[in-house]
Design a protein around this ligand. Structure first.
Ligand SMILES: C[S@@+](CC[C@H](N)C(=O)[O-])C[C@H]1O[C@@H](n2cnc3c(N)ncnc32)[C@H](O)[C@@H]1O
Length: 321
C-alpha cells in the first residue's frame, strides 16, 4: 500500500489505521532518495530523535512511542526545527517494527533508557526478551545495529543473556555523550552509572534452525489485510448472544465483546481482539443498508486491519462464532 503525503504538510505522525509505512514509500514521504533509516523505540520527549535528525538531514528518523504526550512534544520540536526527516508512530515498538518494516531494512535502532521492568513477573514486558530481539534482528540490514542506553546493570545482564546467541554483543560504562536525554540527565544527577549495550547483526548467529529452537515464528504474527465490509441478508446475533462474552476465533486469536449499542438501523459493538499477543480495541458497526446489513469496523476506530480482524468479521457476519 502506498501512502501519499505531500511533503509540505509537515505531517510527522501516523495513526495506526494508516500503517504500514513501508520503506519503499519513505523516499516519497520525506523526499529523500534511499535514506539511511534510523529507528528509536520509546523516544520520550523526542529530543534525541530531533537532535540526530538535525545533524543528519539526509537520513530518516522514525520514532515509536506509546505516550500521546511524548508524540505531542516531538511534534512541537519537529515543527520548531522545521524538520522533514522525522516520522513518528504511536505504537508499541515491537509491533510497530513488525507492521511497518520489511526484513533487512533498518540501519540502526536506538533504545534510550527503556523501562527495565525489574520484577521477574514482568520480564515479558522488557524490550530485550529473546522473542523481541529476534524480530529486531530480522528488521535490521545485514550490518545493522541496536544501541541501548540504560542505568540498570540488571537490565544489561539480562539483555546480554538474551542477545548473546543472536547478536555480537559489546557493553561498556559510558561517561561522554554528544546528545543527552531527559532520563539520562535524571540518572546522571543522581550519580548513577550509565551503560551502553551494542548489538551487532554483522555476526549473523540466527539460523532458521535456531529460530525454531527459540520457538518463535515471525511468520505467525498478525498480518495486515485491507478487507472490505461484508454485506449479509440477516445479522444472526442478538445483543445477549455477544455482550460481555469471549470467543476463540482460532489458535492464538481471541475476542471479547463489551458494551453493545442498538439503534434503529445500526448496532455498535465494543470489541477487544488479542491476536498472538497483539491487542486492539475497536467498534464493529452492523448497519442496515436497504434490504441488507453491512458489517465493518467503525471509521472512528483507529485499528490495523489484521487477518485476525478479517476472520472475526467473517465469522460474525456468517453467524459462525
Ligand atoms: C524511561 S522513558 C525514556 C524516555 C527517553 N528515551 C529518555 O531517554 O528520556 C521510556 C519511554 O518508553 C516509552 N515506552 C514504553 N514502552 C514502550 C513500547 N512498548 N513501545 C514504545 N515506547 C514505549 C514510554 O512511554 C517512555 O516514554
Amino acid at each position: 500500500m502506498k501512502i501519499k503525503i505531500p511533503p509540505s504538510t509537515n505531517q510527522i505522525d501516523f495513526k495506526r489505521s494508516e500503517l504500514p509505512i513501508y520503506i519503499k514509500d519513505l523516499s516519497e514521504i520525506v523526499g529523500i532518495e534511499n535514506p539511511t533509516i534510523y529507528v528509536e523505540i520509546g523516544f520520550g520527549n523526542g529530543e534525541f530523535l530531533v537532535e540526530m535528525a538535525k545533524r543528519e538531514k539526509s537520513s530518516v528518523f522514525i520514532g515509536f512511542e506509546i505516550s500521546g504526550i511524548g508524540i505531542e512534544k516531538l511534534r512541537s520540536r519537529v515543527r520548531k526545527e522545521n524538520l522533514k526527516n522525522v516520522l513518528c508512530i504511536r505504537e508499541d515498538g515491537f509491533w510497530g517494527l513488525h507492521f511497518c518494516f520489511p526484513d533487512s531494512s533498518i540501519d540502526k535502532i536506538f533504545i534510550n533508557f527503556p523501562d527495565p521492568w525489574p520484577k521477574r513477573k514482568h520480564e515479558e514486558r522488557r524490550i530485550t526478551t529473546r522473542k523481541k530481539l529476534i524480530l529486531l534482528h530480522e528488521k535490521l540490514k545485514p550490518e545493522g545495529k541496536i544501541e541501548i542506553l540504560t542505568d540498570s546493570k540488571n537490565f544489561v545482564d539480562y539483555t546480554i543473556e538474551q542477545a548473546k546467541e543472536i547478536f555480537k554483543v559489546k557493553t561498556e560504562e559510558r561517561k561522554d555523550f554528544s546528545i543527552t536525554t531527559k532520563y539520562m540527565r535524571k540518572w546522571l544527577l543522581q550519580g548513577r552509572k550509565i551503560y551502553s549495550v551494542l548489538l551487532e547483526k554483522s555476526k549473523n548467529l540466527l539460523t532458521p534452525e535456531s529460530k525454531k529452537y527459540y520457538n518463535f515464528e515471525i511468520e505467525k504474527l498478525p498480518k495486515i489485510k485491507m478487507f472490505l465490509e461484508r454485506k449479509i441478508e440477516k445479522f444472526a446475533y442478538k445483543k445477549e448472544d455477544l455482550e460481555h462474552k469471549v470467543f476463540k476465533i482460532e489458535e492464538g486469536i481471541f475476542v471479547k465483546f463489551f458494551d453493545i449499542l442498538e439503534g434503529k438501523n445500526k448496532i455498535l459493538i465494543e470489541t477487544l481482539i488479542s491476536e498472538h499477543g497483539y491487542e486492539q480495541l475497536f467498534i464493529i458497526k452492523v448497519e442496515r443498508k436497504g434490504e441488507k446489513f453491512a458489517v465493518d469496523i467503525s471509521p472512528f476506530s483507529s485499528v490495523i486491519r489484521t487477518e485476525g480482524i478479517e476472520k472475526l468479521i467473517e465469522k460474525l457476519s456468517q453467524g459462525q462464532l
